[in-house]
Each structure stands twice: as structure tokens, then as C-alpha cells.
Unconditional design. Structure first.
Length: 294
């Protein structure tokens, strides 16, 4: 449709009928979404390949060396997936307290309950499943430039009648919630999956490896890892949360979510790495060293 519009319409028609705005922002798959998807793919690919490698030596086997890689995206994409699930649950429960015949009568939380404050948590139009106001709306996903940029450019409210100030608060709240929530979930994830500094120090100790120049002691090893793993964990959580929120703001190809795009990119990169490892196993050791394959 974009190529057809460019081929059939004249420049004057594109200007007078807002054709350029349609192609860049308003189309079902606008150019802004394509550019956003490409940028996210390249940024994630670069971040996934960036890592800090701690040198290790074996305490008993002389000359045996190794490395422990600490990736820049240490907590992977899991934190942003957990955050997206949390926001989906917030939407589900506020919808139940708003429309369910029984739950809507719960005091304070229910729409028809005593001292109802349900509209603070989230309000819904008749028959709608997405919030139109309240915290559920302010923290909900911003679905592309049509939800915020076009209303700002046209100086009009959105489909629900929100003012420009409310729209901007929605954008800021969603980005903050995604970033802060992903950071918290990143910390939670490494603590529950044996990826913390203490657990990694025990794993390295069990293999008989140690950092050259330091005593072979798990406490010393943990203290060294504490310099790197906690900061990288918090950074990786905030990074993927901010990246997913940014992709949602600009839109993605196929109108997918930023979380879905991050997951797709992660799967592609993991598959590529797996293919590389399988090819490296088939190489002659000399060729493997020459190409730097592990």
C-alpha cells in the first residue's frame, strides 16, 4: 500500500491529503514501525553480543585457562515478559471488579460496592476489555504512535476523550512502570535461578577454577563478582524494559508488542548461536582456533 501510494499520488496530493503522514505514521504498517523494529533488532543483537569475560585458571591443572562470561543483558528477556504478564493481570482484575456481577459489589474495589473507588483502579466502556481510565489505563500498553503522537500533532484528544496532558502522563507512566518493574523482576529472576554472585561463586568453586591473582576462596570470589553481577542485572532489567516500552511507543511490524519483538529477536539470536556451535564442533581444531569459535 505504501509503494502504491507513492507510485500513484503526486507530491501535491500527498501534501494536501496528509499522504506523508499516512505513510510515516498512520498506515496499518507505517514506516515508523519498520524503522522501530529494525532499531530494536540491531540494539538487542549488539547488547546480546556484548559481555564481560572474567579470566579463570584451574588451581591444580597448570596452564588450564577459561573464562566466565557476564552478558550485558544478564537477565535475558524474562523480566520484561514477567512485567507484561503483571500488567495483563492488573487489567484482568480491574475488569472483573468493574463488570463481574459479584466482584463489582466488593467494598471500595468493586464498581457498585460501598465506598467504591473502582474508577481509580480502572474504568471500562460498555463491552470493552481494555481500560479507558484509572491506573489500569495509565499503566497499560501504548499501542504505537496513534495512541499518543498523532493526538499531540493534531492537538486533539484520543478516542476516549483524554486531554493531551493525560495522554502524556499515560506515556510517562507506562515507560516508568515497564522500566522499574523489569528492573525489580531482573533482580528477582537471578536470585531464584542461581545466577546471583553467591551462586556463581559456588559454581566456579566446584569446578576447581579461580580468578588468577586471588586466593581460592568462595568468599573472595563472591566479593569480586559482586562488583559486576548486581549492577549488570539492574542495568539489563531497565534496558529491556525501556527497549520494550520504546518499541510499543513507536509501533512494530505486524502490530506486535515490544515484548513480543524482544522475544522473537532473542529466539533468532539463540538459534544463530546454536548453529554456530554445531558448525564449530565439526571444524578441525586448528580451524576452530583460527575463526575464534568456542
Amino acid at each position: 500500500m505504501i509503494f502504491y501510494t507513492l507510485r500513484t499520488a503526486t507530491n501535491s496530493q500527498l501534501v494536501s491529503d496528509n499522504g506523508f503522514e499516512l505513510i510515516l505514521l498512520e498506515h496499518a504498517n507505517p514506516i515508523a514501525a519498520l524503522v522501530s523494529s529494525i532499531i530494536v533488532f540491531l540494539v538487542v543483537a549488539y547488547a546480546e553480543s556484548s559481555k564481560l569475560e572474567l579470566p579463570l585458571t584451574h588451581g591444580k591443572v597448570r596452564g588450564h585457562r577459561g573464562q566466565y562470561p557476564i552478558r550485558l543483558v544478564y537477565a535475558s528477556n524474562i523480566p520484561v515478559i514477567l512485567m507484561a504478564a503483571l500488567l495483563a493481570n492488573i487489567n484482568m482484575f480491574t475488569l472483573l471488579f468493574w463488570s463481574h456481577p459479584t466482584l463489582s459489589t466488593v467494598p471500595i474495589l468493586g464498581r457498585n460496592g460501598w465506598g467504591s473507588r473502582a474508577h481509580w483502579f480502572g474504568s471500562y466502556e460498555v463491552g470493552a476489555t481494555t481500560p479507558s481510565d484509572g491506573f489500569a489505563w495509565y499503566s497499560s500498553m501504548v499501542n504505537g504512535v496513534g495512541d499518543w503522537l498523532l493526538p499531540l500533532l493534531n492537538q486533539t484528544g484520543d478516542a476516549y476523550g483524554h486531554s493531551l496532558t493525560q495522554i502524556m502522563i499515560h506515556v510517562v507512566t507506562y515507560v516508568f512502570v515497564m522500566t522499574a518493574g523489569s528492573t525489580i523482576f531482573a533482580k528477582f529472576w537471578i536470585e531464584t535461578t542461581n545466577m546471583s554472585a553467591k551462586d556463581v561463586a559456588k559454581q566456579i568453586e566446584r569446578t576447581g577454577m579461580q580468578i588468577p591473582g586471588f586466593r581460592k576462596n568462595p568468599v573472595v570470589l563472591e566479593r569480586i563478582l559482586e562488583r559486576y553481577i548486581p549492577p549488570v542485572t539492574l542495568f539489563s532489567g531497565a534496558f529491556v524494559g525501556l527497549l520494550a516500552a520504546g518499541a510499543d511507543l513507536l509501533g512494530t511490524v505486524g502490530n506486535a508488542t515490544g515484548t513480543g519483538l524482544l522475544l522473537a529477536v532473542g529466539i533468532i539470536l539463540r538459534t544463530y548461536e546454536q548453529i554456530q556451535k554445531e558448525q564449530a564442533m565439526e571444524m578441525h581444531p586448528v580451524l576452530r582456533d583460527f575463526f575464534g569459535a568456542e
